[in-house]
Design a protein. Structure first.
Length: 220
């Protein structure tokens, strides 16, 4: 039971001040606890892949992170490079400004481009909405596009915005993608109670840096 619970976590180290020593500890903890992946910025993918080599724990690379405002071409190239350097999963941030403008054709093109790269490489792909900047109509439109394009996951937040994952957002996202796409909750999940509430609301993956503490609390 404990092992299955731990598999829900993308154990994250995304702070800009992270050192190689910090990364090594996070990777060691992910292997020790049997977490699903280690989520890092793309500049750390090669080193993370080396630390995790042979463990069965994949590297999860954050693309266009955390603002999402680079071009489709740059996000696509960043995705390809991350995969080349050893990433097994990709979490990319949508172009939030284009969502606010209502340019959903752009958003669909962006999503299709990155999902296709990941599909062709056999990698898991997650789309970060950054819900704190969006109204419900915008979130629903993103869900509708995701249901059409079919990334593996849609994700609530980067954890770098003014607010993070909420239960209401997870419920909303799950309602509109159903079983076609999974939901990942991330940002501000610091204890077991919050984690379990996200799972109850429909999240099938949790991104957080407090994974060890939550797993320990669950075990007890």
């Amino acid at each position: 039971m404990k092992e299955n619970f731990n598999k829900i976590f993308d154990h994250t180290i995304l702070k800009p001040s992270a050192t190689s020593e910090d990364l090594k500890k996070v990777c060691d903890d992910a292997v020790k606890y049997g977490f699903c992946s280690v989520a890092v910025n793309t500049g750390m993918v090669s080193k993370c892949a080396k630390y995790l080599s042979g463990t069965g724990v994949p590297v999860d690379a954050a693309v266009g992170f955390p603002l999402g405002i680079t071009t489709v071409e740059l996000k696509s190239e960043e995705t390809r490079e991350a995969i080349k350097n050893g990433a097994g999963e990709i979490d990319y941030v949508v172009n939030i400004g284009k969502v606010k403008e209502g340019d959903f054709a752009y958003i669909e093109h962006e999503m299709k481009s990155i999902v296709e790269i990941c599909r062709n490489a056999g990698k898991t792909v997650k789309v970060i909405f950054e819900n704190c900047y969006l109204n419900n109509d915008e979130k629903i439109r993103l869900c509708e596009i995701a249901k059409k394009v079919k990334p593996d996951f849609i994700k609530t937040s980067t954890g770098f915005g003014p607010s993070s994952a909420t239960i209401d957002d997870v419920r909303l996202m799950k309602k509109y993608v159903g079983d076609d796409v999974k939901v990942k909750a991330a940002g501000g999940i610091r204890n077991l109670e919050t984690c379990l509430a996200m799972i109850e609301a429909g999240a099938e993956r949790i991104g957080c840096s407090n994974s060890c503490e939550i797993a320990d609390e669950y075990r007890k």
